[in-house]
Design a protein around this ligand. Structure first.
Ligand SMILES: [Zn+2]
Length: 259
């Protein structure tokens, strides 16, 4: 083992000791967000450790009069860590701050068209990921990702998938790939599934994925990833190619362990 590896491992052990998540808080989190616990025991232990390391690296702050609690931070950290469980926390190194609002946030958007005319409109956000951060989340929407919330909805995973997508500097639905062939395969699978979804929405057919995913590949990827981790059997049935693509990419097979 090199000196750097030794130092990293030592620091990791120190953080895990200092940031250890109390048993009752961890069990409460698993109860509140059932999709977290449908996995093998070794994955659960790794998730708890990764969550502690995440809490050490990120800075949570509250806005809009919200009182930030340990339970809120652990709930967000644990869900954010699920996609990178076998990839590592470095995937989230691009930002530090997470700002939590009590509910959805209304923001003013301004844009200029080709004639130089400035347009303004309001947008309601449940969460937002920006290059370099911070990452914004509505606590009300975070809780909808838990028990009793709509199937397959998870704002934490959605926004963290935007973070992963933007790792290469572009929000285009194509996260970093090992090589050009993998990138082509990724785009091909997503484009086909996206086109099928758009047609189904146009025909007013009920769809497994939230129609919000029709807003281009940059939204299809996070929306489909939400269901991959929280409603995997549904995704596997509705879009088997997308499921297989994500299973390889994230090195997980959540449908095997989930009801
Ligand atoms: Zn989005």
């Amino acid at each position: 083992m090199g000196l750097l590896d030794w130092w990293r491992q030592r620091r990791r052990a120190q953080v895990l000791q200092r940031r250890a998540i109390p048993d009752d808080l961890w069990l409460d989190t698993l109860r509140s967000y059932p999709f977290l616990r449908h996995r093998p025991l070794e994955d659960l232990l790794a998730l708890r450790a990764l969550t502690a390391l995440f809490l050490d690296r990120k800075e949570f702050s509250a806005a809009g009069g919200l009182q930030l609690t340990d339970a809120m931070a652990v709930a967000i950290a644990a869900q954010a860590c699920v996609p990178v469980l076998h990839l590592g926390l470095d995937w989230y190194d691009g930002f530090v701050g997470i700002v939590l609002h009590p509910a959805e946030v209304c923001v003013e958007r301004q844009w200029t068209d080709e004639h130089g005319v400035v347009h303004q409109h309001q947008e309601i956000l449940a969460g937002e990921a920006m290059p370099g951060g911070p990452l914004m989340l509505s606590w009300q929407d975070v809780t909808l990702g838990g028990a009793g919330g709509p199937d397959g909805y998870n704002v934490v995973i959605h926004e963290f998938m935007h973070v992963v997508d933007m790792l290469d500097g572009q929000a285009d639905g194509l996260p970093p790939q090992p090589d050009a062939a993998a990138a082509r395969h990724w785009i091909g699978v997503l484009e086909t599934a996206h086109a099928g979804l758009c047609e189904a929405v146009e025909r007013n057919e009920p769809t497994f994925l939230d129609p919000y995913a029709t807003h281009g590949l940059e939204e299809f990827f996070p929306v489909a990833a939400e269901t991959f981790f929280t409603a995997p059997r549904g995704l596997k049935q509705a879009h088997p190619e997308v499921y297989a693509l994500f299973a390889g990419y994230f090195r997980q097979d959540p449908a095997r362990h989930m009801r």
